[in-house]
Design a protein around this ligand. Structure first.
Ligand code: NAD
Ligand code: TDX
Length: 336
């Protein structure tokens, strides 16, 4: 079973490949990744040298390369994790988001159509549903409403995936997951940023009033759901993935401070993110009842694991924050 996994050197994709290849030898994974600032081959140490794994450095927007890969490796399955994934970066500059997330997905879909692939799984996000008030949950039929360049690029890709199913009968499935946390997450995202800043004695920048809500899921639970949808999801369908763990941002930051034995005076409220979505919360009834998935990690335990991982892997994140990431940090947060 030859599977093209894109974006497999990033946070969720590398956890996915490490997980799948630790359990199965009936699949061959071709990992196509451009190695942007977010891609890191160190994440894939556990699978280096495995006979059913091959890394290919390249861009999903490169038509010729993608065609060559489909032909040469007889690709029959695609799981598309590759994306520009950070909302704040999309606000600083949106062009690369549309190029990778929209054009890149189009290139993969066209190749999938040419080579009659058997399944195309698009890894999407709950952000395509916009923002909730204090009540209610996103279901698969919640209308698409996008507020950031990032979410609009992901929604455009989703709509295109569905069009390829309806028009050409391409066997597609879409997963829409809530906020992930866990090992190997790039330090720009809330949880690793706050852990690392706490360890480095830097201020903890909270946007706005800190009362925005996100629905958190451990990355392994997300990836098990992706695996299940890949195997059993019905063509043309969308499946929400979430672990029903809503937290206000300020609660997350206080939890991290508490676990690391630091005090709340490290918190600094800063200017709000423009267009900041207030609340995300996922209804995952469909994947639970139709495919029998459920989250298995308990939040406090999985947060402990995550914090422990960052404590034990300082080399990993120190290499990142001492490089090009410094420039982004300065633009986004100022030189403090
Ligand atoms: P990430 O930024 O950590 O990793 C993205 C990976 O894609 C990197 O390895 C990068 O090098 C690669 N990439 C970027 N542009 C590419 C291109 N043009 N061609 C080939 N490779 C390219 O992102 P992540 O957090 O692991 O997210 C993975 C996917 O999951 C994304 O599609 C994202 O939208 C989605 N998602 C993320 C979350 C979350 O909480 N992080 C939640 C729901 C959905
Ligand atoms: O410094 C910060 N301060 C802060 O208050 C950062 C980086 C974030 N925040 C807030 C903004 C959000 O309300 O924390 C919350 C989480 O922020 P992010 O980690 O940037 O995630 P979010 O914007 O919710 O998007 C994430 O979840 C959905 C992923 O980055 C997306 O790829 C995914 O699709």
């Amino acid at each position: 079973m030859n599977i093209l996994v894109t974006g497999g050197a990033g946070f969720i994709g590398s956890n996915f490949i490490n997980h799948i290849l630790s359990e199965r030898d009936d699949v061959f994974i071709f990992n196509l990744d451009k190695l942007t600032y977010a891609g890191n081959l160190e994440n894939l140490k556990p699978v280096e040298g495995k006979k059913n794994y091959q890394f290919i450095r390249g861009d999903i927007t490169n038509n010729e390369l993608v065609d060559y890969i489909f032909k040469k490796y007889s690709i029959k399955y695609v799981i598309n994790f590759a994306a520009e994934s950070h909302v704040d970066r999309s606000i600083l500059g949106s062009e690369i988001f549309y190029r990778t997330n929209v054009i890149g997905t189009n290139v993969l879909l066209e190749a999938s159509r040419r080579y009659n692939i058997e399944k195309f799984l698009q890894v999407s996000t709950d952000e395509v549903y916009g923002s909730l008030g204090s009540t209610g949950l996103f279901t698969e039929t919640t209308p698409i409403t996008t507020n950031s360049p990032y979410s609009s690029s992901k929604a455009a890709a989703d709509l295109m995936v569905q069009a390829f199913h309806h028009t050409y009968g391409l066997p597609t499935v879409i997963t829409r997951c809530s906020n992930n946390y866990g090992p190997l997450q790039f330090p720009e995202k809330l949880i690793p940023l706050m852990i690392i800043n706490t360890l480095n004695g830097k201020r903890l920048p909270i946007y706005g009033d800190g009362l925005n809500v996100r629905d958190w899921i451990y990355v392994i639970d997300h990836n098990k759901a992706v695996e299940l949808v890949f195997e059993k999801g019905r063509a043309g369908e969308v499946y929400n993935i979430g672990a029903s763990r809503e937290m206000k941002n300020i609660e997350i930051v206080k939890l991290i401070l508490n676990k690391l034995g630091k005090t709340e005076d490290m918190i600094e409220y800063v200017k709000d993110r423009p267009g900041h979505d207030r609340r995300y919360a996922i209804d995952s009834t469909k994947i639970q009842t139709e495919l029998g998935w459920k989250p298995t990690f308990e939040f406090e335990q999985a947060m402990d694991n995550t914090i422990e991982w960052y404590l034990a892997n300082k080399d990993w994140w120190q290499r990142i924050i001492s490089g090009e990431y410094q420039n982004y940090y300065e633009v986004q947060y100022g030189n403090r």
